[in-house]
Write a protein that binds this ligand. Structure first.
Ligand SMILES: [Zn+2]
Length: 326
């Protein structure tokens, strides 16, 4: 009975598509020429690739393991930006050099600029921590060269819920540049948003396994404010929200006092920051360096953080392992 039914079903399907003179069931869609998109840094480049798929050709100005805070555009970057149909920037004062590049990079007629963080309020830059006494002036000691952060912390991507907004803005920008791809971008954005929601739930659950009193961490620069607020971690950074604000931004003696007082053993390096200060703190306090976090850039493709999702999972696992030792 089963075999007979199958045979009937197959017989009913096959001849339809074989009939001469009938249009094939599926008209092959011509592959569109990918639209050139330039993202300011590697994490955004990954998000644009996730949303844009085969319809976009993504270039990234600040590459993997590289520091966007101190980026100096080269003449070739002006050309790359000039050839872009869509520019994707973080905003919140992180990549202001991109706006300057865009305005010098040729006519720019019809070029679409997407500010991925648009619509997010942005956290205020953390006030001084660690009992610091510089009267709220976060970058004293004359360390002001090239520092153009506003009063807002730009590292919004460190909370996956914010990246849902990034993805929505990227999909909207790509759709404006390429209306024929609207359904394609919407479908990919929806699928990726589901993965972000899954990541966020997993991270919250993983970190909840660490007792609240142990959720204290020392990092190189102040890149994890959104992450810390989302998952209930106290993070103290040696430098300010820019890697450009060097050791003077926080007093080393204050940091060391805090580590001793709070008995913090979880110290972390960052892929884009100089390891020297963290290593110095480790040797003076006996705290252990718990590995590298990826704050503002992805790792190389063969590394532990080649995509945004992999980066966040790596950071969570590394932090949890380090905090368990507190
Ligand atoms: Zn940063």
């Amino acid at each position: 009975m089963y075999k007979k039914w199958m045979a009937l079903a197959v017989a009913a399907i096959v001849p339809l598509s074989m009939l001469p003179g009938q249009a094939p069931a599926q008209t092959p869609t011509p592959t569109p020429t990918p639209i050139p998109v330039v993202a300011s840094f590697s994490i955004l480049g990954d998000l644009v690739t996730e949303v844009g798929g085969d319809r976009v050709a993504v270039s990234t100005l600040v590459g993997r393991d590289s520091d966007a805070h101190v980026f100096q555009p080269a003449p070739k970057d002006v050309k790359t930006v000039a050839s872009a149909r869509v520019l994707v920037i973080n905003g919140l004062g992180f990549d202001g050099w991109m706006n300057r590049l865009a305005s010098t990079g040729g006519a720019g007629a019809g070029r679409i600029v997407v500010e991925a963080s648009q619509g997010l309020a942005g956290r205020p830059q953390a006030a001084e921590k660690a009992g610091h006494d510089h009267g709220g002036h976060s970058h004293g000691h004359g360390h002001k060269k090239g520092h153009d952060h506003g009063p807002v912390d730009p590292h919004a991507w460190q909370d996956p819920r914010n990246v849902v907004t990034y993805v929505r803005n990227i999909a909207a920008g790509l759709t404006r540049a390429d209306p024929a791809g609207a359904a394609y971008y919407a479908q990919r954005a929806t699928a990726y948003t589901a993965r972000l929601t899954e990541l966020d739930g997993w991270a919250a659950q993983r970190i909840a396994q660490v007792p609240p009193a142990k959720r204290k961490v020392i990092t190189s620069h102040d890149a994890f404010g959104y992450f810390a607020a989302r998952y209930g971690i106290t993070m103290v950074a040696v430098a300010g929200v820019s890697t450009n604000a060097d050791a003077g931004a926080r007093d080393m003696a204050d940091i060391i006092r805090l580590i001793r007082r709070e008995n913090v053993k979880a110290l972390f390096l960052e892929n884009i920051a100089n390891p020297r200060l963290i290593e110095q703190i480790a040797s003076e306090t006996g705290a252990q360096v718990g590995g590298s976090l990826y704050s503002d850039a992805l790792s190389a493709t063969g590394g532990p953080a080649p995509t945004y999702l992999a980066m966040m999972r790596h950071n969570v696992e590394t932090l949890v392992a380090g905090m368990q030792r507190n």
